[in-house]
Design a binder for this molecule. Sequence first.
Ligand SMILES: C[S@@+](CC[C@H](N)C(=O)[O-])C[C@H]1O[C@@H](n2cnc3c(N)ncnc32)[C@H](O)[C@@H]1O
Length: 311
Amino acid sequence: MHIPVLLKETIAALDPQPGCVYIDGTLGQAGHASAVMRLAGESGRLLGIDRDGEALVRAKNNLLRDQIPGTHTLVHGAHGDIGTIAQANGFEQVDAILLDLGVSSDQLDTPERGFSFRQDGPLDMRMRNDAGETAADLVARLSVPEMTTLFKELGEEKRAYAIAKAIDRERQKAPFTRTLQLADCVAKAVGTAHTKGRHPATRVFQALRMAVNDEMGDLRRALEAGIRLLKPGGIMAILTFESLTDRVVKQTFKAHCGQEVSLQQGGSEWRGILPKTELILKKAVCGQPEELESNPRARSAKLRAVRRVED
Ligand SMILES: C[S@@+](CC[C@H](N)C(=O)[O-])C[C@H]1O[C@@H](n2cnc3c(N)ncnc32)[C@H](O)[C@@H]1O
């Protein structure tokens, strides 16, 4: 079962009021969405988006089972398209938006989805598992320099070249089709000396998952379009699990918060990217010790949030 991460802190940041118009761009099992909608009440409206059709079915069942109030519109799609999805479904000028990025426990714990380096499964990693290139396709197609760049940029993997070379040697004998086949190859190439207790293939799997699902592209598009969908006073909260995505969120929020610059002729001028926002949380919020103990997924979680203000 997926336990919503930083639930209390996320709800405090989003501060949903009765009648809240809310977009959840990573609906998952509707854990966060249910908590928001309980506060939004019968007049609240939810637009839940998920790339994973199986997640949407579970979310729908959970919303029904728990008699979550309000009207619910669930859409199979990517949050990178949040602008067009919102417009098509009559969600403009919204009160709150949440993105809880990354993989759900359901996806991770289902070997057939191919996200796990601990359990064997097909090397897939597609969130939308009925279309597009799989991780196996990517590992077969990319050259050694391309793989090196991918592992460095999206995995922040220091041994990227050695890993890419090892993969290249192995794939000449047999194509990579299974998760453990790749995890073992990476482990042999890098050893366990510098992985600080993490599985040596963690970063390579992260890079492949991000590339297969265009996670950085989707995130950038969702942040920009999402901020534009907020009404003045509306709030966007983002939960990240890797430094790479957290950096993009932090920089985007900083650019929209802008700054007052003193002018030579006196006075000052606001410089930044419109629409204008202000930080609700001055710093990223992390999990409290009790949560970190009971929910391992919360260990790397960071929550950031902004409020849209009048331009
Ligand atoms: C961490 S889970 C969300 C869990 C949810 N907050 C809950 O409490 O149940 C992330 C979900 O986002 C979905 N997802 C990941 N990237 C996505 C994207 N670009 N667009 C839409 N959904 C995405 C995944 O399929 C997964 O179901």
